[in-house]
Design a protein around this ligand. Structure first.
Ligand SMILES: *Cc1c(COP(=O)(O)O)cnc(C)c1O
Length: 391
C-alpha cells in the first residue's frame, strides 16, 4: 500500500485494531455504513435484523447498545431506536396498521400522538374509538371485527391519569389485539408494561431516559420476536432511525436513570403535598395524592408516582399567566424529564388551540399549570413556587 498516492492514503485512513483491552464505555460509531469482506455475508445481513451491521438506517453498534439496554430494562426481546418519540410511535402505528383497521386509544393522549391518530383517520382509512384509560369493560365494548390495536399511556399528560395496564392489556390479549403502551412518564424504573401484558412499549427517550434536555430520541420495545420483525421491516424503509450520537447521549443518561427518578419523584411528592395545602391552589393532580382519581390504581401499579403533575390556581387564567411571569428558578419551557424543573401554562401554550370544552375534557382549566419537576434541591423549588404564588 506504500506506493499509493497521498490523495488516496488521505481517504483510506488507518484503523488500529483493538486487541488486549476494550473501551469501558460504548464508543460512538460515527459511520453511515459497514465494510464486508464477503459479498454473501453482506447480502444476508441486509435481510434480517440480527445479522452483521450493514447501514446506519438499519442500526449501528451504538444504537444497538441502546436497543439492548432499553429492551433489557423493559423486559422485551428486542427494540427499535428512533430519531424521536414520535418516530417510535409512528414506526409502531404505521408498521402494524393498514387501511380498514380500527384502533382503540385512551382519551387522554400526548398531543403529538392525538394529532397523528387524526392523520391516520383523515388520510389513511384507519378508524379510531376512544375509551377511558382505566375501563376494561369500555374497551371490550368498543372492540369491532376490524380492531387491531389498543393504545395506552402508563401516566398521561398533564393530569397524570394512570392506565389500568393489567386490566386493559388482559382484554386486548383475550381478543387478539396488539397493545401498545407509551411508558415515557413512568420509565422502566416505575413500571414495565410488558410485565402487565402489553405487547409493545414506546418511549420518547428525549425525556427521562436521556434525562439532560440535550437530545431528541425514541424507542419501541417488543415483547415477542414476530411483532419486532414485522416492525423492523417497516422501520428500515420508514427511515426514522436513531443517530449514533443521540443514542450515545441516551445511554449515558440511562446510567443515572434510577437515581434521577428517585429524586424526581421525591421532589414531586414534596411540591404536590405543599401545593395541595396552599390557599392559591384549587387542586393538585399528582397520582400519589389520595385526592387523585387514579390514586388507588397507581398505588397498586407503581412504586412511586412520577415527576410530572399539574395544579389548578384559584385565580384562573390571570393567575396562571401571573404565575408564569413570576417564576424564577423553574424554566418556562416545553418538554419534561430533564434535570431542570420546567413549567408550562397549557391554556396559553400547549393546549391553546383547544376550545374551553375540549380543554375541560382533558381536565385542563384556564388556571392549570403543569410542572415537570427536576432534581434540584426541593426547598429551592418550593421557595420559587411559593414566591410566584403570593407575588
Ligand atoms: C414527548 C413525548 C412524546 C413524543 O416524543 P418526541 O421525542 O418529542 O418525538 C410521546 N409521548 C409522550 C408521553 C411524550 O412526553
Amino acid at each position: 500500500m506504500s506506493e499509493l498516492h497521498p490523495e488516496t492514503r488521505a481517504v483510506h485512513l488507518p484503523q488500529p485494531p483493538i486487541e488486549g483491552s476494550r473501551p469501558i464505555t460504548m464508543p460512538i460509531y460515527q459511520t453511515s455504513g459497514f465494510v464486508f469482506d464477503d459479498p454473501e455475508v453482506m447480502a444476508d445481513a441486509m435481510g434480517r435484523p440480527d445479522g452483521p451491521f450493514v447501514y446506519g438506517r438499519y442500526t449501528n453498534p451504538t444504537v444497538r447498545s441502546l436497543e439492548l439496554a432499553v429492551s433489557g430494562l423493559e423486559g422485551g426481546v428486542a427494540a427499535l431506536a428512533t430519531g424521536s418519540g414520535m418516530g417510535a410511535i409512528n414506526t409502531v402505528l404505521l408498521g402494524l396498521l393498514k387501511p380498514g383497521d380500527h384502533l382503540i386509544a385512551q382519551k387522554a393522549l400526548y398531543g403529538g400522538t392525538a394529532a397523528m391518530i387524526n392523520e391516520l383517520v383523515g388520510r389513511f382509512g384507519i378508524e379510531v374509538s376512544y375509551v377511558p384509560e382505566d375501563d376494561p369493560e369500555a374497551l371490550r365494548a368498543a372492540v369491532r371485527p376490524e380492531t387491531r390495536l389498543v393504545y395506552l399511556e402508563t401516566i398521561a399528560n398533564p393530569i397524570a391519569q394512570v392506565a389500568d395496564l393489567p386490566g386493559m392489556c388482559a382484554v386486548a390479549r383475550e381478543l387478539g389485539l396488539v397493545s401498545v403502551v407509551d411508558n415515557t412518564f413512568a420509565t422502566p424504573m416505575l413500571c414495565r408494561p410488558l410485565e402487565h401484558g402489553a405487547d409493545v412499549v414506546v418511549h420518547s427517550t428525549t425525556k427521562y431516559l436521556s434525562g439532560h434536555t440535550d437530545v431528541v430520541g425514541g424507542i419501541a420495545v417488543f415483547a415477542a420476536d414476530e411483532l419486532y420483525k414485522k416492525a423492523w421491516h417497516f422501520a428500515i424503509e420508514l427511515g426514522a432511525s436513531a443517530d449514533p450520537f443521540a443514542a450515545w447521549l441516551t445511554l449515558r443518561g440511562i446510567q443515572t436513570l434510577a437515581l434521577r427518578m428517585e429524586r424526581h419523584c421525591a421532589n414531586a411528592r414534596l411540591l404536590a403535598t405543599r401545593l395541595a395545602e396552599h390557599p392559591a391552589v384549587a387542586a393538585v393532580h399528582w397520582p400519589g395524592l389520595p385526592s387523585h382519581p387514579s390514586y388507588e390504581l397507581a398505588a397498586k401499579l407503581l412504586p412511586d408516582f412520577g415527576g410530572v403533575f399539574s395544579f389548578d390556581l384559584v385565580g384562573g387564567r390571570a393567575a396562571g399567566e401571573k404565575f408564569m411571569s413570576s417564576i424564577r428558578l423553574a424554566l418556562l419551557a416545553p418538554s419534561l424529564g430533564g434535570v431542570e424543573t420546567l413549567v408550562l401554562h397549557p391554556a396559553s401554550t400547549s393546549h391553546r388551540a383547544l376550545s374551553a370544552e375540549e380543554m375541560a375534557r382533558h381536565g385542563i382549566g384556564e388556571g392549570t399549570v403543569r410542572i415537570a419537576v427536576g432534581i434540584e434541591h426541593p426547598e429551592d423549588l418550593w421557595a420559587d413556587i411559593s414566591q410566584a404564588l403570593t407575588e
